[in-house]
Design a protein around this ligand. Structure first.
Ligand code: URA
Length: 190
């Protein structure tokens, strides 16, 4: 397992898959590196590729706003990153090969952070973190306990723009995360 600085440098110089050839910036992740909650998205979009920061575009801003409404802050309560650290062209879903190539970096990040709660934002994160037999519309909002982590999938915030009806379910899931977080604090697990 690499330490933060080495891991960052390795990701920054990574050319293990073709995404590394076209990126403007590698998007490592950001937030509290000792956070009890880690959010995992799919891959950077255009705004993230340009800025080098995760979830700063339209979907990211909606997500951040929802979190702030629950008094959950990026630099205090959570860390946010992606399955893939580089942007796939035209924002396509990363291929299985791209995801599997990048996954060790994410595993290393999670091992360094040691969160209690892991949230998969969307079907791609859910597939690689929980398993390919889960379905986002059927299984979002369900908690599982695995390897000492409480894990839950919810919609990717970008999906809320395509289907307004998902907003209330997404909001319900964010509140469930907040409740789990408060309960773990109360129980002294955090
Ligand atoms: N979508 C993602 O999955 N990740 C980002 O960082 C931005 C948009």
């Amino acid at each position: 397992m690499l330490k933060w600085k080495e891991l960052y440098e390795e990701c920054k110089n990574c050319h293990k898959c073709a995404l590394g050839e076209k990126r403007t910036n590698m998007v490592f992740g950001e937030g509290n590196m000792k956070a009890p909650i880690v959010f995992i998205g799919e891959a950077p979009g255009a705004d993230e590729d340009r800025s080098g920061r995760p979830f700063v575009g339209k979907a990211g801003q909606l997500f951040t706003k929802g979190m702030l409404a629950l008094d959950l802050k990026r630099d205090r309560d959570y860390y946010i990153c992606n399955i893939c650290k580089c942007r796939p062209d035209r924002n396509r879903t990363p291929t299985e090969e791209e995801a599997m190539t990048c996954l060790p970096y994410l595993r290393n990040q999670v091992a360094l952070i040691k969160p209690k709660i892991i949230i998969c934002l969307g079907a791609t994160a859910m597939k690689y973190i929980i398993g390919s037999d889960w379905r986002i519309t059927r299984d979002r909002g369900k908690w599982i306990e695995r390897k000492g982590y409480y894990i839950m999938p919810t919609f990717h915030p970008a999906a809320l723009f395509r289907d307004e009806s998902k907003k209330s379910l997404f909001w319900r899931d964010l509140k469930s995360i907040k409740e789990k977080y408060e309960k773990l604090k109360e129980d002294g697990e955090i």
